[in-house]
Design a protein around this ligand. Sequence first.
Ligand code: GLN
Length: 546
Amino acid sequence: MARYIFVTGGVVSSLGKGLTAASIGLLLERRGLRVGMQKLDPYINVDPGTMSPYQHGEVYVTDDGAEADLDLGHYERFTHSPITRNSNFTTGRIYLSVIEKERRGEYLGSTVQVVPHITNEIKAAVLKMATQDVDVVITEVGGTVGDIESLPFLEAIRQFALEQGRDKVMFIHLTLVPYIRAAGELKTKPSQHSVAQLRQIGIQPDVLVCRTEFAMDEDMQSKLSLFCNVPREAVIEERDVETTIYEVPLMLQEHGLDEIIVRRLQLAAGDLHMDDWREMVNTVRSIDEEVSIAVCGKYIQLNDSYKSIYESLAHAGISNKVKVRVVKVDAEAVERDGAAAHLKNVSAVLVPGGFGHRGIQGKIEAVRYARENGLPFFGICLGLQMAVIEFARNVCGLGPANSTEFEAECPVPVIDLMDEQKGVERKGGTMRLGAYPCSLQAGTLVHSLYGRDEISERHRHRYEVNNRYRQLLTAKGLVISGTYREKDLVEIIEYPDHPWFVAVQFHPEFKSRPLTPHPLFRGFVKAAVQHSRARKAKAAASGEAR
Ligand code: GLN
């Protein structure tokens, strides 16, 4: 029989609910329990796949091909929870399913309503996570208590606790305890109000996790306990972390959160094992070498747009014992100022995925600069397509080479739609999505990095390298080091005459974890470190010579 934890948020958004939920998942896993992580999102889009990164940040992709909320990335980086399409439900998806049932006549005779039909559908979504392999389902409710959109979800989880039995369900509320400079004090009132709102709906939180800039004193904790009706020991402080988000679980553990959960849900848990995690965090704290890596994209203003890429770079930094300083380079600024202006001081360049025409020329110039200057280069998805176009134009002399995504009538379409994409008109969930196998070519850089012949990676794109140009490209030195055999598609390219030049059609950033960094990111950061050290040595030598 599974147990359930619901994580809600109050006062403001962006408190790090996803991180907190993931940290709770990790702590329970480290006590020998099997967790299932899930996010409920109150917006009406059926999934975030059709949303701009400016609206929603990165679209996370699961093995089974769901386009999902980026919090699932935290879940996968912190835990081993199965992450599938059942790990993320939006209001839109819930309603779509109810409306389709209504059309099929499944509610024949009744009026279809928010309560019970929508709330039943939400409860069924939570139960989907409670498989035989899961001891504790952790469901994060997106949005903030008090939002109109959140109401059906909160009502559903209230009913859920009533039906499952209050002893099997736990409510954890994440709230903000702001510091008011003028008063020189932390304030509890916003938290009191948000808990009052929850209680009005019929939910009494069992634990209050307080996001705060400064340590809370005993008085403050007692006050929150009294006014929010939460036992004193269950008022947990979650202070801003200094070096890395991977400190969060350690902090929650210090305040005894895992033990509170284990006792409250009467879980048969073992002792907590966090040694390797703690060691990883200590490594981060002790690192003193820094390496600068440019990420050249068009959504760089927003931190969340390339979330998993930044995390993967950080993971690879930890294993290489360097701090990766990401230099965010706007592709349009490269078009304006030239690549050297932005890239001459970095030790490597990454061009991430993306859609649409804006910034394309800047990305192509960034690739060219990296190729010509022996700067380690990593292209991801659109980044691979840019690399192929750059190579076709500047090495193979195919001037008008382009992708049909940007130029429908392009005379040299080195990147083109796959046949099965040609008839597709609907936007949602229709790309090449999810995990596909890829066979690696022996003797290549990627083969040695992965250390195996077959890999599986996740995709999210419509366009592919056009096989008609393969021969032309390889004749000039481009190596195709990974392919999807069944459809004979190019998945990885590399240039052997370059210190480190790899581009992939898939998204490796979704499979990196802090304790097991992705091999391609590890190799890329290592190459950046070598480049940076060589440059420093050269600078020192020329200084001495003078
Ligand atoms: N826009 C490109 C395509 O659809 C690349 C997508 C991506 O980078 N995720 O193929």
